[in-house]
Design a protein around this ligand. Structure first.
Ligand code: GLN
Length: 199
């Protein structure tokens, strides 16, 4: 079984644990650099990106993690995790840091007050079958995706139709929404598969 770390500084860590476990991975909480070095892949959960950023800085994990990702550590980030994986973040705090793992510009809390939190069913590239239920909670969207980035999902309808909400660059996947809360394991399955192949 691949060993997949869940960054356990803040956010919905437990939900990712259950999903990874159900997908046949060994999930472990990680907070320290030494722990990061022993995993085959990393999940960055949903939560509060500025808080995660601050804690990564305080625990001196930010730089080592950025390097590990640069060296090809597979990663999956949901919501705040997507923000952390970006190369550029709009509407965040001036001192907030991010990990530069995907060449993209992400706008934090992008959907605005009226549709602050919502659910929709969307098509996810490479995942067949029923449409995926996507739960958005004060979610970001991807405002710019670089040439090396595959767009995996966009908002199907409504005021934000066409906005990019799932991407992949190499072994790094990010979603604006929270696959860990719906019981639909297909995104975690995809990620565990990426980790297996990268091992
Ligand atoms: N709005 C949060 C942030 O900026 C993300 C919300 C979430 O992860 N559900 O980090």
């Amino acid at each position: 079984r691949p060993k997949i770390g869940v960054l356990a500084l803040q956010g919905d860590v437990r939900e990712h644990f259950s999903a990874l476990d159900a997908c046949g991975a060994d999930a472990v909480g990680v907070r320290r650099v030494s722990e990061l070095r022993s995993i085959d892949g990393l999940v960055i959960p949903g939560g509060e990106s500025t808080t995660i950023s601050r804690l990564l800085t305080v625990f001196e994990v930010l730089e080592p993690l950025r390097e590990l990702l640069g060296d090809g550590l597979p990663a999956f980030g949901s919501c705040a995790g997507m923000i952390m994986l970006a190369s550029e973040v709009l509407d965040t705090r001036p001192d907030a840091q991010h990990l530069d793992a995907i060449d993209m510009t992400v706008r934090r809390n992008a959907f605005g007050r009226q549709v602050d939190s919502f659910e929709t069913d969307l098509e996810f590239a490479g995942i067949d079958g029923e449409k995926m239920r996507a739960v958005f909670i004060r979610a970001p969207w991807v405002e710019r995706a670089g040439d090396a980035v595959d767009v995996l999902a966009t908002v199907p309808n409504g005021p934000a139709a066409g906005r990019i909400v799932a991407v992949r660059q190499g072994a790094v996947v990010a979603t604006s929404f929270h696959p860990e809360v719906t019981g639909d394991l297909r995104v975690h399955d995809l990620f565990v598969d990426i980790v297996r192949k990268a091992r």
